[in-house]
Design a binder for this molecule. Sequence first.
Ligand code: ADP
Ligand code: MG
Length: 573
Amino acid sequence: MLRRFFSYYRPYKHLFILDFTCAVVAGLLELGFPLAVNQVVDKLLPAGNWTWILWACVGLLAVYGLNTVLNFVVTYWGHKLGINIETDMRKKMFDHLQKLSFRFYDNNKTGQLMSRMSNDLLEIGEVAHHGPEDLFIAVMTLIGAFTLMLFINVKLALLTFLIVPFLLWIAIYFNQKMTKTFRRMMADLADINARVEDNIGGIRVVQAFANEAYEKKLFAENNGRFRLTKLLSYKIMAWNVSLSYILMRLVTVFVLICGTWFVIQNEITYGQFIAFVLLTNVFLTPIQKINTVIESYPKGIAGFKRYIEVIDTEPEVTDAPDAITVNKLAGEIRFQDVSFGYSDDEGARVLNGISLAIHAGETVAFVGPSGAGKTTICSLLPRFYDVSAGSITIDGIDIRRIQLESLRRQIGIVQQDVFLFAGTMRENIAYGKLGATEAEIWEAARRARLTAFIQSQPLGLDTIIGERGVKLSGGQKQRLAIARMFLKNPPILILDEATSALDTETEAAIQQSLAELSQGRTTLVIAHRLATIKNADRIVVVTEQGITEQGGHDELLAVGGVYSRLHQAQFRS
Ligand code: ADP
Ligand code: MG
């Protein structure tokens, strides 16, 4: 995992070396002060040479000046390194999310993924900068200070160093505990985000049901859990901070006692004694620092683990190595013994050995009870999911051999609940063909019979439609989706209950646009209202048993099966 973490430094080698070098030099320069004091007290002070003392101070000032510059570099360029890595990871995660398949999104919550993307990566950025450098400086200062202390007096230095293993043990022990707690904390925070996302996304439903109190309770539970985890982490931190503090102060007192004893015994000079005390502080500083930044290490590690989890999720539907790019398919579709289930459980399959052939340019209507698998059949075609058994071919090519992006460009889907992006009418129409010209957009709008509405808006195409198009009526949303599809202009079209949510009058009007849209394309229509599929070349009845009937309208009525019963039920009234 560590190696993987460091692989993110590769593009910023120079920045890292610069930051690292400056940080190390700055750390070592801190050792200069005790040495200077040692010299001043033992040599210059007894000699009473004022000029030399001043020169020593000038030297010290120069060292501090250099250190100031180094600190500036470390603070700015070091953080630049951190944010660069954070940005790279965020980009990589977003790119990866674009690839992940429908099943991944079936099983993950939006808010939780957002939390990984924003909060978790924030923590990694901090560690990416401070992590390696702090650790290295800590080790360097420890070694440096210890060497100098050895030079002053071997016995005293060794005695003082007896305490180090204890301090290290505390640091490691608490770090591990904290990592676990922070991981839980991030998960709790992600839960909060998921809850907020769900609530705000559905706030209209919440208020319509007047269920605010219930929602508040749910949120309070999540919020409270996060608080408890956070409190636990603070408790661990408090133990850590206090234990290390007392150990460090014990060292200081210990050095004071032993040091004075050594001075009395004439083992060391006054200057050496003072230098020794100061060096003790220098070598305790990195340990103390580890405590103050103890939050950032485990947080970064926990965040990185959560990041890796997403990055390591393989997309389920991918391009075959020898995938072929298709350009303009004719649209001849063939399902052969297709079986499919949303879970691996064979007993819970939605489709069992479906076979069906659709000619290029044909319009096929799918009817049948809700939950029979009509939508499922259609979502196999653009490979939102791959078949569990059997195969689907378009123009004789197995769709698993077609390059995914090119396959999906050949298929257009208009669904019942249209998803529109927050933005303008123009952006949403042009989504069908990025970079479409103004003329093309207006032409698509005209064919979707949207022109009058757009022109009635003061801002025209630049009208903001709100999140998911909340500022539009159901019919307008559907028209926008149709305009988008005219621009996309795919040879294969899927209309999944596209007009089911609309009133009959609007539906009739939109049917005209849809009829125009389906012209010259292979069209799969799923319809709830049978009146809307009069123009279909063929009707396929899908039930839980699979495809049970197919043929023309009159043909199926004559059979007297499921279709005729559906027909009777709808037209009796
Ligand atoms: P239809 O469109 O004919 O009404 P669907 O194809 O939507 O039916 O659904 C067929 C079955 O698959 C239903 O039992 C439904 O519960 C199930 N199903 C649909 N989508 C999913 C999904 N994303 N994950 C799990 N099960 C699903
Ligand atoms: Mg459906």
